[in-house]
Design a protein around this ligand. Structure first.
Ligand code: 4AD
Ligand code: MG
Length: 481
């Protein structure tokens, strides 16, 4: 049997019929009668399956019995116009081989709707559902679009380290990396763990962000970005947090906070447009799924259809306002007055929770919001201090259904101001010398931001749990697969 296969996506669009083809893939569904067996086969190239028709007279019963849901098949046959409804073309099998058997009594993925919880427990097999096929294809397209956007704009991709010797960012709890024997730790004279004997000769962790390192490259290459996994050991069991997630962090020299907001908004819109232009079939499938889910809700509580929502974001400018203005709106808001927020907003200085962010976006402005000018106390040490002495040039982008999708800022380029802030916050200087060097050797104004890739994926796919938009989610008490 020839091994050269044609991908199913291509077969489904083929103009030329009545030609010999080879199809390979996994059986998603099969049904039949005494005369004919139909198998729906998928190879991941498209959401759609191709129907394979087996004439029972042509094959032995024993061979046909091997064709079950989940098995892998190689079929040689003729591409024909389909007589049945539901598909334009089908393949009439001449010969076939079951490449891998699949016991239908043990195979968990059946041709029916499974709950997302069930699929999470079977994450090793969930790729074989229409839903996860669609999500993974969209995810790939978004990765490609991210690199395309920055390449077109003259940015360079910098790989920043995953193992780091400093916890300067303060963005979250870190996972420690060590080769020391935890049951027999070497100790110094004063009883502390002797990290000089550890692999790197000091204590190391997994990174929470590539920003500090990508800033170093920015001071020569001007426009750079890092796109890699980041790790946060926060014990937050929410639908928007992962312990291992991917982040895109551009860093731009000679750019201030307004340039930063402009490029972040352009970037998000580019990605959304890319999905609409290149992932139509998968988005339509995701949209239908959402509409099915929401059928039971009353009309006024249903969300906008997915594609309409994506188009709406493209068509409107993001609302830009200061943190101080946002606090006023939130203070006066009905849910705050009526005690409906879990965290009541008393006034300036409050750290915004996702309930507040979502109120601003979903109820008040009804579109994405960019907040700037946060109090310095609730933001990272490296953010540019505003002349008022109180706030920093931070910006967070808030999205409907998600809350914060991007966090960024202009950076403090002044050595003395940065140094003072590091001292105020008791950040160990020995870890920071290399970062401070950028402010000693040819510092320039610069800005950047971080986009949480899975938060973007939540928005684009309309999924509601972040564990369902990454192939293998990592969260508290779960590192299976
Ligand atoms: O706001 P964050 O903590 O910003 C930084 O890490 C900066 N160094 C970025 C920069 O300026 N270069 O994180 C950035 C984004 C958040 O807006 C959110 O989308 C996402 O990362 N994020 C998470 N996504 C999934 N799970 C988590 N635990 C996340 N924590 C942050
Ligand atoms: Mg943030």
């Amino acid at each position: 049997m020839s091994s050269k296969r044609t991908e199913i996506k291509e077969l489904l669009q083929a103009e030329e019929l009545d030609v010999k083809v080879v199809v390979k893939g996994w059986v998603r569904n099969c049904r039949g009668n005494n005369f004919v067996l139909f198998a729906a086969v998928n190879d991941g190239s498209s959401l759609q399956n191709i129907q394979i028709v087996f004439d029972t007279e042509k094959f032995s019963e024993a061979d046909l019995k091997k064709i079950t849901v989940g098995c892998s098949l190689s079929v040689e046959g003729t591409l024909k116009a389909s007589e049945g409804k539901g598909q334009r073309v089908e393949v009439v099998a001449d010969t076939f081989e079951v490449l891998g058997l699949c016991n239908p009594d043990e195979y968990p993925i059946q041709p029916k709707k499974h709950s997302l919880e069930f699929l999470r427990e079977n994450a090793h097999l969930r790729f074989r559902t229409n839903l996860f096929g669609a999500i993974m294809r969209v995810r790939h397209n978004m990765i490609y679009a991210i690199h395309t956007f920055f390449t077109q704009k003259g940015f360079y991709n910098i790989h920043t380290p995953l193992i780091t010797g400093s916890d300067c960012e303060g963005a979250g709890e870190m996972f420690q990396v060590t080769t020391l024997d935890l049951n027999d730790l070497p100790k110094t004279e004063d009883g502390a763990v002797d990290y000089s004997q550890d692999f790197f000769g000091k204590m190391t962790n997994l990174t929470v962000s590539g920003q500090l390192e990508v800033e170093l490259a920015c001071m020569a290459l001007s426009k750079v970005y890092t796109f890699g996994p980041t790790f946060r050991a926060e014990n937050s069991n929410t639908t928007r947090h992962l312990a291992e997630f991917w982040m895109i962090e551009p860093e731009i020299a000679f750019a201030d906070i307004n340039d930063d907001m402009d490029i972040a908004e352009e970037f998000l819109k580019y990605l959304i447009k890319y999905a609409l232009d290149h992932c139509r079939e998968d988005l339509e499938f995701l949209q239908d799924r959402l509409m099915q889910e929401e059928k039971s809700k009353p009309q006024n509580e249903r969300s906008m259809p997915l594609i309409e929502k994506l188009e709406f974001v493209l068509a409107n400018d993001f609302q830009r306002l200061t943190y101080t203005e946002a606090i006023e709106i939130l203070k006066e808001s009905k849910p705050n007055q009526k005690g409906q927020f879990k965290y009541k907003i008393e006034g300036y200085g409050a750290d915004l929770q996702s309930e507040h962010e979502r109120y601003l976006v979903e109820k008040h402005f009804k579109k994405p919001v960019i907040l700037t000018g946060y109090p310095k106390e609730i933001k990272a040490f490296y953010m540019k201090q505003n002349p008022d002495g109180k706030t920093v040039a931070a910006m967070d982008i808030l999205f409907p259904g998600i809350g914060e999708i991007i966090g960024g800022s202009e950076r403090e380029a002044d050595f003395d101001k940065l140094n003072k802030r590091i001292e105020e916050l008791n950040i160990p200087m020995k870890d920071m010398w290399w970062y401070l060097d950028t402010r000693r050797f040819g510092a320039v104004p610069h800005s950047g931001f971080g986009l949480g890739f899975e938060r973007l994926m939540l928005f684009v796919t309309g999924m509601s749990n972040i564990r369902d938009v990454i192939p293998f989610p990592r969260y508290p008490k779960s590192a299976e697969f």
